[in-house]
Design a protein around this ligand. Sequence first.
Ligand code: PLP
Length: 463
Amino acid sequence: MTYNVNDFDSVDVVNSDRDHVWHHLAHHKPFEKTGPMVIVKGEGMRVWDAKGNEYLDAVSGAVWTVNVGYGRTEIADAVRDQLVTMNYFAQTAGNIPAAQFSKKLIEKMPGMNRVYFSNSGSEANEKAFKIVRQIAHKKYNGKKTKILYRERDYHGTTIATLSASGQHERRHQYGPFVPDFVEVPHCCEYRAQEGADMSQYGVWAANQIEKVILQEGPETIGALCLEPITAGGGVIEASTGYWPRVAEICKQYDILLHIDEVVCGLGRTGTWFGYQHYGVQPDIVTMAKGVASGYAAISCTVTTEAVFEMFKEEDDAKMGYFRDISTFGGCTAGPAAALVNMEIIENENLLENAAVQGEYLRESLKGLMSKHEIIGDVRGKGLLVGIELVKDRTTKEPVAESVVIAIAGHCMENGVIIGRTNRSFKELNNTICLAPALISTQQDMDRVVTAIDNAIAETVSKM
Ligand code: PLP
């Protein structure tokens, strides 16, 4: 056997990576000097790089994924057992973990009933868009093909999901895009639109969606796709009154509500799903990152039985069933890992822990505001936290992206990995993002806060 995870030449690994691997979302020029960071081990909330440096990971694998923490042997054992027993057969047939995981997942999602498996958040959203488009053709004579998405939300990296993403900098140079995706305004109280009614901003922002619907024609719109809390666009929770009004609007105009839980799903915000904070009933829910906490690639597009019913078709010639396939979707390591991942969240009370530690983290960060004028806003829910940095609290002029990069770099040098908005919405690349594992302790949160405190002080002293 040529691969042994415990026996490798770290110089050779780093050099091979530098010479041959194309990293995601990365400037490769700097690697030529510094060499890439290669992560070789993880345990709990800690990771180690090939050079032996230890880090506290406050973003769960850089992109808010490892919800239950690193080194979970119970997940690895389940995946191993599954692979040696039955590694693959397409989801044209069923398998044990897919059936068992679906049942358990649906128990946590009242009103939802069908699980369609794929491998990434982008893919789960693509499936949702295809479902909406096919319904438009089956039920509405080819009308209602339009899908609304919101400024600052992100739904994926493929051309169709980028077409549905309200993070304009991410779209730059990747057009032309897919037609019939229409943008609606964001709901960010900290950066409310000019002229907004601040006495009921949530309702006002939802009403802006209605305006777009009326302009486009309700008969042309099939779905509204929203993140429950905008994650990568700056960690933005919509204001009070927003969600009930959104649900009302969808109902009034016969528009499916698709909620993208790729980040918030599986406990990140202190409930199983982000939308469950707001009492709305979606028609379609997509999820990925925390589904198996990164122990296997898996994503799900979950629908109500009413949506699923529309695809039941006796006559093959009508081609009315969902003619979609994903070679690896749901087979079989993914659902096995996902099932144990859910058991861990339940058995260890991680929803409650996320709520408690998240509140503690936010309060501690707010405590830094009296020291650091640069902190404009601290926000989020559960263990999804944003710290928006500004040059001036009154004008809210954002700091340059280089300031956030310097702060993140300083934290990294001091052994704490933090995240940040990256090439997202216009010039607003000014938010530190935190999404530590749901197993976080108060001590871990203290260490994160101290690292950020020191990093801001150091960075500001050089400005
Ligand atoms: N949806 C949201 C809300 C996301 O944050 C992301 C990725 O960050 C995606 C979809 C795309 O997921 P993936 O990178 O797994 O394709």
